[in-house]
Design a protein around this ligand. Structure first.
Ligand code: AMP
Ligand code: MG
Length: 324
């Protein structure tokens, strides 16, 4: 059966909720990126996620729920975790906490902790409510490739491997959620930067929030799935200030629209450099550049002190540029 892209009508949402309850996979929009969702309490359904993505079994899934009350059925919350959930949910913040027995081992790759978040996207929330089950959902792309931010991106990667895609347009944020490890509430640490920044977390928690560096993550057993190379186009990608008129075989990706003439190998991530716009366009532009047969993609990185979304954007760019 060919993949079907569903518009978000009430009957379609009801139908997809039933499919999820029956253990089928449905790609869904969230405010970060599209997720490949399945019933998080059904080990067989979750195994199908790993199969469809070609994802290794040691890379655990994030569980999506409606709110804190539902999350507390799946994870052991502490006071700090509750504070963060109350402040930032629904939204792009994932908490890593000790799991409860109801969460199948396959979801957490055998880890005693579970990653959990309440998404803000209205369609993700309507499906969660209609299905009445928690949804395990990693990004809806083939393992290692650039995450999808439109239904077309999902179909391009997984169209022959899944049956259902819910079309919610382009994702608002465009990069994956911030992941915070709160298993030791005295020492919170960011495992993956996202739209919720270390500064925002620190303000709520009142203690310094650590950041797991890309180098340390590779060797950290408590940070699975943080491989150096990820989010990568097939075309080799390098981080450097692109030149105004690059050779024809080279794609140049600028942070802001360059003045003057355009060419098929000139791309930009925003009109004037606004970080929210850069994040929203990042994966779509990289996919476009990757599909055009260039020998190399050159991308202008953000200054390290740009703040806000810059840490998340630079993290993804460095991983996209990493050698195998
Ligand atoms: P994705 O949903 O594809 O954006 O990736 C989910 C990521 O969340 C994984 O690759 C892990 O790095 C992280 N993660 C999920 N579960 C856990 C966990 N129990 N402990 C630490 N990190 C986790
Ligand atoms: Mg992913």
């Amino acid at each position: 059966m060919p993949v079907r892209v569903y518009s978000p009508t009430p009957p379609n949402l009801r139908r997809l909720a039933v499919a999820l309850r029956h253990g089928e996979l449905v790609a869904i929009p969230t405010e970060t990126v599209y997720g490949l969702a399945a019933n998080a309490l059904d080990a067989r359904a979750c195994r199908a996620i790993f199969r469809a993505k070609g994802r290794p079994a040691n890379d655990p899934l994030i569980v999506h729920v409606l709110d804190l009350a539902h999350a507390e059925k799946l994870a052991e919350f502490n006071a700090e975790a509750r504070k963060l959930a109350r402040q930032f949910w629904p939204g792009p913040l994932t908490l890593v906490l000790p799991k409860k027995p109801s969460v199948p081992g396959i979801v957490t790759s055998g880890s005693p902790t579970v990653a959990i978040r309440a998404p803000a996207h209205p369609l993700a929330r309507r499906l969660l409510r209609l299905a009445g089950i928690p949804l395990a959902a990693p990004s809806a792309n083939l393992f290692g490739y650039i995450s999808p931010t439109t239904a077309d991106h999902v179909v391009a990667g997984l169209g022959r491997r899944i049956l259902h895609v819910l079309d919610g347009g382009t994702c608002q944020i465009g990069v994956e959620s911030t992941i915070v490890d709160l298993t030791d509430p005295a020492k919170p640490r960011i495992l993956r930067p996202g739209a919720i920044t270390a500064g925002q977390l620190q303000k709520v928690l009142g203690v310094p929030v650590g950041r797991l560096t890309r180098r340390k993550a590779a060797a950290d057993p408590l940070a699975p799935g943080m491989m150096a190379r990820h989010y990568s186009p097939r075309t080799p990608l390098v981080l450097r200030e692109p030149v105004a008129k690059p050779a024809r075989k080279i794609a140049a990706v600028f942070l802001r629209k360059p003045a003057g003439q355009t060419a098929p190998n000139i791309f930009w991530l925003s009109r004037r450099g606004a970080l929210a716009e850069v994040a929203r366009n990042l994966y779509g532009v990289l996919r476009q550049a990757d599909a055009s047969g260039f020998a190399q993609i050159q991308v202008e990185p953000l200054p390290a002190d740009a703040g806000g979304l810059a840490a998340a954007i630079n993290d993804r760019l460095h991983r996209a540029a990493a050698k195998v």
